[in-house]
Design a protein around this ligand. Structure first.
Ligand SMILES: [Zn+2]
Length: 310
């Protein structure tokens, strides 16, 4: 018998495990508690959404739809690895499921997987009161990829709640293991995910993994990019033997050289077969160089002001 965590403890447990949490609206009090019990809790249920696009997915999971009012889970695990908290309390995610599975999960008494469920939505036990629920953004067609940051977030979410309740990894199951009507999640296996959770639980709560880059460069490209970044920095310049270390002409000269060099590097990068997405990302990085033009303009203005003041 485990009482559900308070919303505050739930949030703290996720954050302590390194989950990148996004709180959506009044998630702490958005629930279906008026329609039935919440708790005792016995485990964590993992789903896929059959949607694409994080904004739309989060909205649907928060609001639900006419036949099934929201929240449809507690948290949405997006492809970015961020976890959007949309509700807390009883939520419409588990539906009916197999009471034998519930017992095995409660006791953590199964082997690799619980017994195959023989009950579902219409003839099963109410799972909405017994499970924390997480919807993972995925089309659920078996082809839509599961980014490693998203799998990492699933692992952390499950481990966070298992740790908070002193449960083992077997308290985490997929919807397909709960209900005979369901196939989610599709695209990774729950035994593999439980192995990850178990490994994590054996250690200490972790720090967040870095966010996945939109582009992946080869080592050669990464080195070239690093050189471009280095050369963007404007070199100090000793002006005519005085104590000044920078002046307008030096800035212009160095900047002109840096731009020529960047041009050459970008041309070289193009020649080694970058994808359009990589070129776009590079262009954006170069364009957002912190204040190259502004630095020049400021330095010129300052120099003119100094000269006028003399
Ligand atoms: Zn589901």
């Amino acid at each position: 018998m485990a009482a559900p965590l308070s919303a505050v403890r739930f949030l703290a447990a996720l954050q302590a495990e390194g989950v990148r949490v996004v709180e959506v609206g009044n998630w702490r009090t958005h629930n279906r508690n008026s329609r039935g019990p919440w708790g005792p809790v016995h485990g964590i249920l993992i789903h896929h959404t059959v949607t694409s696009g994080t904004d739309a997915t989060v909205r649907i999971c928060r609001d639900g739809y006419t036949e099934l009012p929201g929240p449809l889970c507690h948290g949405v695990i997006a492809k970015s690895g961020r976890v959007y908290l949309v509700g807390y309390g009883r939520a419409n995610h588990a539906g009916g499921g197999d009471p034998r599975v519930l017992q095995q999960v409660t006791d953590e008494s199964y082997g690799t997987s619980p017994s195959r469920p023989t009950k579902g939505n219409l003839d099963g036990t109410d799972g909405n009161c017994h499970f924390y629920g997480f919807e993972c953004e995925n089309r659920g067609d078996g082809k839509d990829p599961w980014p490693e940051v998203q799998l990492d977030a699933i692992e952390r979410v499950a481990a966070a709640l298992c740790r908070a309740h002193d449960w083992g990894a077997k308290s985490t199951i997929g919807h397909l293991e709960w209900s005979k009507d369901k196939i989610d999640p599709t695209g990774f296996t729950m035994p593999a995910m439980r192995a990850r959770v178990a490994k994590r639980l054996a250690g200490k709560p972790g720090t967040p993994t870095p966010e996945e880059d939109d582009v992946s460069l080869t080592p050669q490209q990464a080195q070239q990019l690093a050189e471009i970044h280095r050369e963007r920095a404007i070199a100090p310049w000793t002006y005519k033997g005085t104590a000044e270390t920078r002046d307008a002409y030096a800035y212009l000269r160095d900047t002109s050289a840096a731009i020529r060099s960047v041009d050459a590097k970008v041309t070289a990068l193009k020649a080694i077969d970058l994808t359009d997405a990589q070129i776009a990302a590079l262009a954006e990085k170069v364009a957002s160089a912190p204040g190259l033009a502004a630095t020049i303009a400021e330095a010129v203005a300052q120099k003119i002001a100094d000269r006028l003041a003399e």
